[in-house]
Design a protein around this ligand. Structure first.
Ligand SMILES: Nc1nc2c(ncn2[C@@H]2O[C@H](COP(=O)(O)OP(=O)(O)OP(=O)(O)O)[C@@H](O)[C@H]2O)c(=O)[nH]1
Ligand SMILES: [Mg+2]
Length: 193
């Protein structure tokens, strides 16, 4: 097996999910929140996952195999305003089926832009997540753009409003803050399995 993280496959149809039984952790979050960028930072590879300044770049479930033997699954972003309602319903349908039926899925990380507290789309996603009954955790992204006191306030808000989730991680792929800590946490989740 490769010692460096590798792209494995893109899944457009749930019948094509990997069948090798490897544990997986999915990242969900609004379009443009930084999911693909974070996967690159965790992998220390700039171009592993494709990123874009324009929202809506990732359109499938993308599997990345990490050397500690787990997949990180990049997912299409939600809340992309230019998308039709039908598209949003498709997201919901795919994610419901994927999350409820996937035994390999150990935990879900929801990425939230540290700058934007309480966005409607994030609230909807957090409520959905709480209802899934899978372990989940929050990652606040782009913390290079905010002050520590705003991060603390955002964390306090999330803890007060949404129960059952794990620790909150603040990350920035620009400064690199929080990436190592998150990486250790992901490994600990897989080790528990
Ligand atoms: N300042 C700053 N910008 C970031 C950070 N992480 C991501 N970005 C920028 O945010 C934009 C979107 O990043 P992506 O990683 O493509 O976002 P995504 O969540 O994968 O988006 P979709 O695939 O559309 O769902 C890019 O322009 C990134 O450079 C960060 O930590 N700090
Ligand atoms: Mg993406």
């Amino acid at each position: 097996m490769s010692k460096i993280p590798e792209f494995t496959k893109s899944v457009f149809n749930l019948k094509d999910l990997p069948t090798d039984g490897t544990t997986e952790i999915a990242f969900i979050g609004r379009s443009n929140v930084g999911k693909s960028s974070l996967i690159n930072a965790l992998a220390s590879r700039k171009q592993l996952a494709r990123t874009s300044g324009k929202p809506g770049k990732t359109q499938s479930l993308n599997y990345y195999l990490f050397p500690d033997k787990y997949y990180i699954v990049d997912t299409p972003g939600y809340g992309y305003a230019a998308r039709s309602k039908k598209d949003r319903d498709v997201w919901r349908g795919i994610m419901d089926e994927y999350v409820s039926g996937r035994d390999e899925l150990t935990a879900i990380g929801i990425l939230i832009d540290a700058r934007h507290e309480g966005l409607e789309n994030d609230i909807t996603a957090l409520e959905w997540l709480v209802g899934q009954g899978k372990p989940w955790f929050v990652i606040l992204t782009k913390i290079d753009k905010v002050k520590q006191k705003d991060i603390s306030a955002h964390e306090k808000y999330l803890k007060a409003e949404f129960s059952g989730g794990e620790l909150l991680f603040g990350v920035s792929v620009v400064s690199g803050i929080g990436v190592k800590r998150l990486s250790s946490y992901l490994r600990s989740l897989v080790a528990k399995k």
